[in-house]
Design a binder for this molecule. Structure first.
Ligand code: BF8
Ligand code: SF4
Length: 640
């Protein structure tokens, strides 16, 4: 199996081999064979009577020491993953909300409100009136009410859930008892009920997981919307992607992780410090590049080029030209510390809950965020001076990217065609079959799959079948790195009907070129943007989310956050394809609930399909069935 789909990245993998540096792929090989009990989810180390494991072949123990069977153990393990994913996304949102609260109270020395219009829209969404209130008061109230979603006592559902899904979906979630009133208690609930000797009913456990995943969705809404208020709502922006965005003649600083609170400030201070870098010999000054979701955040809002998604993060350092990597939280391989040591690269950690041995820790506080950012940039300039130029190897392959497709920007764009009903052109084209459906690609890379391969294979198939693609997280990174987010990609990959729509929309919107066939919506928390768009379409048509010709896919998922996202996608009634079996097939019952039983409860379900071509075929079938149920014509049938 090749390691990554990019030939130019392969040269860095070879370089690592020459320099005897282990990368993620090498550590994976050394780890084989992976633990079969772990892969099936049937090991339990919840209490110290164990660890216990269930024999998947039926010869050995079928119960843990306490009597828990495979169904209980698998369900408990799975929902603990959901709880962890929910914590990660939600805490991100909480940090942003706390920052907005400071801004509203005029106690922030660093941050301000960049999008007042969005603040007012958001206020309306969560039931806050704006008349006769100044912008600070609105910000304070919005932040306060958002923070209440983390700890409310009242039994009614979270504010950020109530008005962000369709009314029908809300009713369904409430009737099922899975509309959370409190994000953090949905996590605590899981940790409590999975304690030894508590909930042993796999279905009851899974329902708690489903409820927690809806809390995950709620936290994402907070993260995305309040980040837009503080840092601006993305508009289409042209940039580049791939490791080639690292420049030999610049001081290169990678921002990596998820939370935009620090990366935004670094981008801000760079302008003031360009001269220092040039004086140090960096002809092109300071060059900020993005990695993972922090990379997506600054790409969408600031046009910062994206160097890498998850799996090739180590390769950014292997170029020998990365002078600093600044990380915040989540999806940072601890290995970057050791690899940075082989080069001049400085590694900075910035969050109290995410330290890495070997890194310099410069904590982000509102009062000194700018000073810390300058300190980081200054140390990066010093690192640039220490570079060993003989070790530099930067791949050449560069890809143009058009990013920044927030629902607001899509509405603005389409408003140029129909100001009264901006979504009409999309709806009309879905109804007439020019756009047969929409698939949202999300999630990670996984070392078990050739990097980006599943994304690209599936997308080509779906686009050829006139299915529009939205993308977030490392999925978006995969498409950006593989030239699928520009106008040329529409010419190259879109089916004739989709191509004509994207060309027409692009021209009518004044772009003088087709819209890209894969729309970059942002980081993983920005999956909420995909829901916003879908909810607007559903509300316009007067249907629920499960009725739309929609699906989601995480073909290379890896993290617990991806499990949480996949689960809420199904909770919202949308089929979710995953390209790897999560650790659940030690329990046919749990696997069965996820892949079919859920359908009767939420209308959503998981499709597990490792083969990307098969997966695309299955998603096309799903979309055709939804079209048939809505009674809108099927171009497939017409063609046959
Ligand atoms: O939150 S897609 S590898 S970077 S978990 Fe992580 Fe997965 Fe990437 Fe963004 Ni999302
Ligand atoms: Fe074993 Fe039960 Fe303890 Fe798990 S909770 S480790 S199954 S005894």
């Amino acid at each position: 199996m090749s390691k990554c789909s990019s030939m130019s990245n392969q040269c860095l993998i070879n370089k690592a081999e020459d320099e005897q540096i282990d990368l993620v792929w090498d550590r994976y090989e050394k780890m084989k064979p992976l633990c079969g009990f772990g892969e099936k989810g049937i090991c339990c180390r919840i209490c110290m009577k164990g660890p216990c494991r269930i024999d998947p072949f039926g010869d050995g123990p079928q119960e843990g020491i306490c009597g828990a069977n495979a169904d209980t153990i698998v369900a408990r393990n799975l929902i603990r993953m959901i709880a962890s994913g929910t914590s990660a996304h939600s805490l991100h949102g909480k940090e942003i909300a706390k920052t907005l609260l400071k801004v509203g109270r005029k106690t922030s020395e660093t941050y301000s409100i960049k999008d007042e219009a969005k603040l007012k829209t958001v206020a309306g969404k969560i039931g806050i009136t704006t008349e006769n209130k100044d912008i600070y008061q609105i910000a304070e109230e919005v932040a306060y009410k958002s923070l209440q979603d983390y700890g409310r006592i009242e039994e009614d559902a979270c504010s950020w859930l109530r008005n962000t899904v369709t009314p029908m979906r809300m009713e369904k979630l409430q009737n099922l008892g899975i509309a959370p009133n409190n994000i953090e208690s949905s996590v605590t609930d899981i940790m409590s009920r999975t304690h030894v000797g508590t909930d042993a009913d796999p279905v009851n456990l899974l329902l708690a997981g489903l409820r927690c995943s809806i809390a995950d969705y709620t936290g994402m809404q907070i993260s995305t919307n309040l980040s837009d208020v503080l840092f601006g709502t993305p508009e289409p922006v042209i940039s580049e992607a791939n490791l080639s965005v690292i420049k030999e003649d610049a001081v290169n600083i990678a921002v990596h992780g998820h939370n935009p609170l620090l990366s935004e400030i670094i981008v801000d201070v760079v302008d003031e410090m360009q001269k220092e870098a040039i004086d140090a010999g960096a002809k092109e000054g300071i060059n900020i590049v993005g990695v993972c979701c922090t990379g997506n955040e600054v790409l969408l809002r600031r046009g910062i080029p994206l160097a890498s998604n998850y799996l090739s993060q180590e390769l950014t350092i292997l170029t020998g030209a990365l002078d600093a990597m600044v990380v915040d939280v989540q999806c940072i391989m601890p290995s970057v510390s050791k690899i940075a040591d082989c080069y001049q690269t400085k590694l900075f950690t910035t969050m109290p809950d995410a330290k890495i041995p070997g890194a310099e820790h410069l904590e982000l506080h509102d009062a000194d965020a700018r000073d810390n950012a300058k300190n980081i940039v200054r140390q990066s300039i010093e690192a640039f001076k220490r570079r060993d130029t003989s070790k530099i190897l930067i791949p050449k392959e560069k890809n143009k990217v058009i990013a920044g497709f927030s629902p607001e920007s899509i509405v603005n764009l389409l408003g140029k065609i129909d100001q009264e009903k901006p979504l009409r052109p999309i709806i009309d084209n879905i109804v007439n079959g020019n756009i047969r459906g929409i698939v949202l690609f999300a999630g990670c890379n996984n070392v078990k799959i050739t990097q980006d391969h599943n994304y690209i294979t599936m997308a080509k198939e779906l686009l050829a079948n006139d299915i529009l693609i939205l993308a977030t997280g490392c999925g978006a990174g995969a498409f950006a790195q593989n030239s699928m987010m520009n106008s040329q990609a529409t010419t190259d990959y879109a089916g004739e009907n989709l191509k004509s729509v994207l060309t027409l929309l692009g021209h009518e919107a004044g772009l003088e070129a087709p819209l890209p066939p894969v729309l970059h919506m942002g980081s993983c928390v920005d999956n909420s943007r995909g829901v916003d768009l879908a909810v607007s379409l559903a509300n316009e048509l007067g249907v629920d989310l499960n009725q739309l010709p929609l699906a989601a896919s995480a073909p290379e998922l890896m993290s617990e956050k991806a499990i949480a996202i996949g689960t809420w996608v199904t909770g919202l009634g949308i089929p979710a394809h995953i390209g790897l079996m999560p650790p659940v097939d030690g329990s046919p019952l749990v696997a069965g609930v996820l892949t079919s039983g859920l359908k009767d409860i939420t209308d959503g379900y998981f499709i597990v399909e490792p083969d990307p071509t098969e997966a695309a075929t299955k998603l096309i079938e799903v979309i055709e069935k939804k079209r048939a149920a809505l009674n809108i014509p099927s171009k497939i049938k017409e063609r046959v």
